[in-house]
Design a protein around this ligand. Structure first.
Ligand code: MLT
Length: 410
């Protein structure tokens, strides 16, 4: 008899975003005329830029001719894209990352989850709290945790609270850990990590043989020049960190799908006999076995992000979203809320200061302003009392949403 993976039964009832979707659909069903403004899930609203679209068309055109048609591509990505990334995202910033260390994929979400396959089950994994739910749920699905506890944590994971008091930068845990997920600029708090913050983590990882899984999907939104874009800007990080990046938020690829993961060749972890083994060949083996690569036209479109026109055009879109973030920040602060993030990240993290729980605040905004946000508690217990606004929205909707929220009787 076939048996299920019972780890799935430990998961909380629904992934956060489907639950938000359910509540919004329910509201819309009962209020068909309500004009709902969605700033919950961080999904882009602006179209792909012209340079990307042109390259995409060219890629499709090539697929239509026998001379240029392509079947299976390299699972780890075409060289032209890996080289463009190494040059523009790393070498131009003085960072030593080689094209061969870059694995092209269809999403940072998949990669941050799948990466655990190359690590043994006995690793102790640490996550930030609040946290992008994918890291935790993947640990649960893979049987790397115990049961869900009353305090909102899963047994077996180490949670690192990120609060207003510590500036949403976690302390290094007191207990032993083997792997740590760090996300900066942070989803959901919008906080960014300084060079000193990252150095502290890299030094700790070097000293304690810890691997850092560094999700930097939002690096393109950094506006403060002192904030590092990559963990590899820190000396020693090549020996301890895997970095995840994405074209989703950088260039509007959420529906197009392209991302990449960097595994330096000198990054090693221990086998059970104590010998240190490189991780790069393990991930290469994993990807070539279970993944057939990203489609050629999509990779061609992604490479256009690094063309001179592409760089200008994506910057215009990023600036558009960051202006939305400014409007959100200032508008919500005027209402008297405590407002964080939104300066080096497209997320604004908000506490009403009125002791209202996250889901109650979510429902209040949905019912009284027809505005959708994301309840902070959905990201972890330390998110309780907060809500998150995504700046990925149409400008007129952001302005309208702020007006509506101001008109609520607070
Ligand atoms: C979010 O809203 O947190 C993002 O959409 C998550 C994601 O990119 O998967």
């Amino acid at each position: 008899m076939a048996r299920i993976n019972e780890n799935y039964l430990k998961l909380r009832s629904g992934y956060l975003f489907p639950e938000i979707g359910r509540r919004v659909r329910e509201y819309q069903k009962n209020h068909p005329d309500a004009e709902i403004i969605r700033m919950g899930i961080g999904d882009v609203t602006q179209p792909l830029c012209q340079a990307v679209i042109k390259a995409f068309h060219e890629g499709v055109e090539e697929m239509s001719k026998e001379e240029t048609f392509k079947g299976y591509g390299p699972e780890q990505g075409y060289d032209f894209l890996r080289e463009a990334i190494a040059e523009n995202d790393y070498r131009n910033r003085g960072i030593d990352i080689k094209p061969g260390e870059i694995f092209i994929s269809d999403g940072a979400k998949c990669d941050t989850g799948n990466i655990l396959e190359i690590f043994g089950h006995d690793n102790i994994i640490a996550v930030q709290d609040p946290v992008y739910p994918v890291y935790v749920d993947t640990c649960v699905m893979g049987g790397r945790t115990g049961e869900y506890l009353e305090n909102g944590y899963f047994r077996g994971l180490v949670y690192m609270p990120c609060t207003e008091e510590n500036g949403f930068i976690p302390e290094i845990p007191g207990e032993k850990i083997d792997i740590v997920y760090l996300c900066y600029p942070n989803n959901p708090t919008g906080a960014s990590a300084s060079r000193d913050d990252l150095k502290k983590w890299v030094d700790y990882a070097l000293k304690n043989n810890v691997i850092i899984l560094y999700d930097s999907a939002y690096e393109a939104y950094i506006t403060d020049p002192s904030v590092p874009h990559s963990i590899y800007e820190i000396n020693g990080a090549r020996e301890v960190a895997i970095e995840f990046r994405s074209f989703s938020k950088t260039a509007g690829f959420t529906g197009t799908r392209c991302a990449y993961t960097v595994i330096p060749e000198n990054l090693r972890a221990s086998a059970s006999d104590g010998t240190m083994k490189p991780l790069h060949p393990l991930w290469l083996r994993r990807q070539t076995t279970k993944f057939n690569g990203v489609s050629y036209p999509v990779q061609k479109a992604a490479a256009a992000v690094f063309s001179p026109e592409g760089k200008i055009q994506i910057r215009e879109t990023i600036n558009y979203y960051m202006e939305n973030a400014r409007i959100l920040r200032e508008g919500l602060a005027q209402i008297g809320f405590s407002v964080y993030g939104g300066i080096n990240a497209p997320y604004v993290w908000v506490n009403s200061g009125k002791g209202i729980s996250s889901w109650n605040l979510f429902d209040k905004l949905l019912n009284e302003a027809n505005v959708v946000c994301t309840p902070g508690s959905g990201f972890g217990p330390s998110g309780e009392g907060y809500i998150r606004f995504s700046a990925f929205a149409q400008r007129e909707n952001v302005i309208k949403a702020i007006e509506r929220i101001k008109n609520i009787n607070w």
